[in-house]
Design a protein around this ligand. Structure first.
Ligand code: MN
Length: 135
């Protein structure tokens, strides 16, 4: 029986691209392209950091590993997330995720069927939208 280990990409930890994040995020791909067509990234958001509104053509799972943050789907209240929480995001649902104003936030981002595309990026989450998430 053969076994193919999944290796991190050689790129290591990279800063989240400024065009898709407000504030500072750090992304480490734990499983890049592989035969399952599913990628796993470890993403840490510094306090106040969040990604833009976006959707995933094949959906996404988030598994929170540290800190506190938010997930918000368009038109829905923001959900406060803590270590151990998981979020299942259906294909095409517009949403954002990120840290609270005062906490780091780390999650695994699991993206299935990436041949369909990883993300469709939209506009930044405004300060007003972000403040509203804090209730
Ligand atoms: Mn997402």
């Amino acid at each position: 029986m053969s076994h193919s280990p999944i290796s991190p990409t050689p790129a290591g930890t990279q800063r989240g691209p400024a065009e898709y994040f407000t504030g500072t995020a750090w992304v480490t791909m734990l499983a890049g392209p592989n035969p399952t067509d599913c990628t796993v990234g470890d993403v840490t958001f510094e306090p106040g950091c969040r990604n833009n509104w976006h959707s995933h053509p094949a959906g996404q799972l988030l598994v929170v590993t540290a800190g506190q943050g938010y997930y918000q789907a368009k038109g829905q209240p923001a959900q406060l997330l803590r270590a151990g929480d998981a979020v299942s995001i259906a294909p095409g649902v517009v949403h954002w995720h990120g840290a609270t104003a005062n906490s780091l936030f780390t999650h695994l981002a699991i993206n299935p069927n990436v041949k369909q595309g990883v993300a469709d990026w939209l506009q930044p989450v405004t300060d007003e939208e972000y403040r509203a998430a804090h209730g």
